[in-house]
Design a binder for this molecule. Sequence first.
Ligand SMILES: *[C@@H]1O[C@H](CO)[C@@H](O)[C@H](O)[C@H]1NC(C)=O
Ligand SMILES: *[C@@H]1O[C@H](CO)[C@@H](O)[C@H](O)[C@H]1NC(C)=O
Ligand SMILES: *[C@@H]1O[C@H](CO)[C@@H](O)[C@H](O)[C@H]1NC(C)=O
Ligand SMILES: *[C@@H]1O[C@H](CO)[C@@H](O)[C@H](O)[C@H]1NC(C)=O
Length: 726
Amino acid sequence: MLLAALLVLGSAAVDAARVWDGSRFAWYDTDAGDDFKSALPIGNGRLGAAVFGTPTEKLVLNENSVWSGGWLDRANPKSKDAVPKIREMLVAGDITGAGESAMDNMAGNPTSPRAYNPLVNMGIDMGHGSGIESYTRWLDTLEGTASVNYIHGGANYSREYVASYPHGVLAVRLTADAPGKLDVKLSLSREKWVLSQTADTGSGESGHKVTLSANSGQSSNAITFWSEARVVNSGGTATSPDGKTISITGADTVDIFFDAETSYRYPDAEAAQAELNRKLDAATAAGYPAVRSAAIDDFSSLTGRVKLDLGSSSDVGLQPAPTRLSNFKENPDADPQLMTLMFNFGRHLLVASSRDTGPRSLPANLQGLWNEDYDPAWQSKYTININLEMNYWPALVTNLAETQKPVFDLLNEAIPRGKAVAKTMYGCDDGFVLHHNTDLWGDAAPVDKGTPYTVWPMGAAWLSADAMEHYHFTQNETFLAEVAWPILRQAARFFHCHLFEWNGHWTAGPSLSPEHAFIVPDGLTQPGRSEGLDLSIEMDNQLLHQLFTNINTTCTILNLPQSNPDCAAVATYLPTIRPPAIHPTTNRLLEWHNPSYTDTEPGHRHFSPLWGLYPGSLLTLNTNETLADAAGTLLDHRLASGSGSTGWSRAWATALYARLQRGEDAWRNAQELVKLFPSPNLWSSDNGRGTPFQIDGNFGLVGGMAEMWVQSHGGGGAFVAGAWWN
Ligand SMILES: *[C@@H]1O[C@H](CO)[C@@H](O)[C@H](O)[C@H]1NC(C)=O
Ligand SMILES: *[C@@H]1O[C@H](CO)[C@@H](O)[C@H](O)[C@H]1NC(C)=O
Ligand SMILES: *[C@@H]1O[C@H](CO)[C@@H](O)[C@H](O)[C@H]1NC(C)=O
Ligand SMILES: *[C@@H]1O[C@H](CO)[C@@H](O)[C@H](O)[C@H]1NC(C)=O
């Protein structure tokens, strides 16, 4: 790094200019204004903060169990009688009739589960409305902290933000380089459904208190939360001018500790507040320096498990992140460290948004942990026809296996919900079914209303494969027996009931290929129409093949007897799942069983029929080269037709090319993602204009990049090349 070296040698001349490690830090010479997607995200796996760094500091705070309401039973009882008839219509070629009946009888009521909601905003007014100079704001992806530094009125002010997993709180330290310089007014605010707000000075060592309690708006069945900031000043005096805010004047240092607890995890206000007080008392007693160092030790012990070195950038790597992003569009090869930063940032986000925080821990949702809207895009829920799974693509291959625990906690919530929906909607008395989204209650009913996405009974099959992968990477037999096996077994039992024999194959349906539609060909009803619903979907067959293979593997590892009904059933189903097929003229892997179907969107963003190439391993080169070639031909066709149109779609393309061992194509797609989709704070997005924010692209990119260097699938023959891992 030539320029960095020069800066170090000539440091007097370039005064306070800091030499940034462009692989580790995203830094800014401006605040975020009112742009959420410029705010810096930190988190402790349950509480998140987006740091705006504005003159009056704005922190958008989140807690991962604050959603728009309690459990909603959305199951549609008309479905049970309709499913066999819809199936018959599909067998008879009445594709349109089947789709219409499915929409009439199978859509959930209401069509959407709960939405993820904001917690509170914290305001820190230091009276620095104008006159700020030498401003710097940065995110440290190794330590998981954010900071702001500037000169005002001749004094040098610093703000530091830490999310502590060990103490379970967020912590802030405000300092100035001269004593008595800090005037701070601290407030908590929320737009909707505030139940109470208080402030209380004079609680000594344990801090002055600002509290805010609110709920999700319903009169019954609401989610309620209690939040509190403790303000500890050294020097100066504290007052509460209005009973809602704390005002400190003339302090040397001000520390703030914050927690929120919700009715999702505690039975009543008393229990939630006791937990809140326990955490805040412990954090204030320990003091900021101890909270900070424990938080950083913990965070960096996870992020520090991988060091990626892709070479050094030219001087562009020393620029503020928005400049780097804009330079990268023109000349990506000049800033390889931006790719490394995106890799490190993705791992930072996973550690920040997904930890084992005790019972009912919750996984990273469509926005991870960070959300400022009461009506976020796609409810910021858990979309399980790709997005939630993609969130965890970095988890195993970059040595963060423990971040997956919340996924299995959520499945624990979802199993009873999915059993109820299997019974009500499919007449299946055993096993559980999930459709293409869920929420914190493990919602299992079909979501939205459209034939290319609503009726997809495969969510549990996919997530069960992630449980099996967790075992393969960790070799934890207790996990396999106690966590993965119940998920696998209950997922399979639904299919024992649901599958039917068609053309000599055990077949699932009605179902669909997420979220793509085909044109109904001549000879079927109604030709020329765009439809989504069908039988024997290629992706379904791959998921079923994986599910029954995983059951069989588990039976062997756990030494279960041949007579075990779950193990015995494998011999019935596995050999007769329809194998993948290749189109006779295009040589592309078929997405639907009928080669006469044509794509409505040849450049569709999903790569559902390629599931078996990545994240599965049924279509890989060392499994079956013919199928891998056909998969590659489909992948090339999709991308040539405009796919890769979202951040997560590019990430999936990256991983798929990596599995095909086509390094140039994998790298080009990874670079395209970074050219097209990051917002100023590096969050991935769903289109090139940076909105809406969707975090799966950040996570998927890490998984896809890792796949370029480390692969371990298709029979255990791992190869490692090109990078250093530790
Ligand atoms: C302000 O203080 C920080 C250390 O807290 C230092 O890194 C920075 O260079 C100082 N800024 C100026 C302009 O002196
Ligand atoms: C193995 O899995 C069990 C069950 O999930 C878990 O309690 C335990 O901590 C895991 N062991 C290790 C070493 O991670
Ligand atoms: C199940 O696994 C065993 C042991 O690996 C294998 O011999 C058997 O063929 C598998 N069963 C099926 C139906 O594939
Ligand atoms: C590979 O897949 C093709 C298409 O399903 C099949 O015909 C062929 O037998 C498979 N080859 C091997 C070696 O399994």
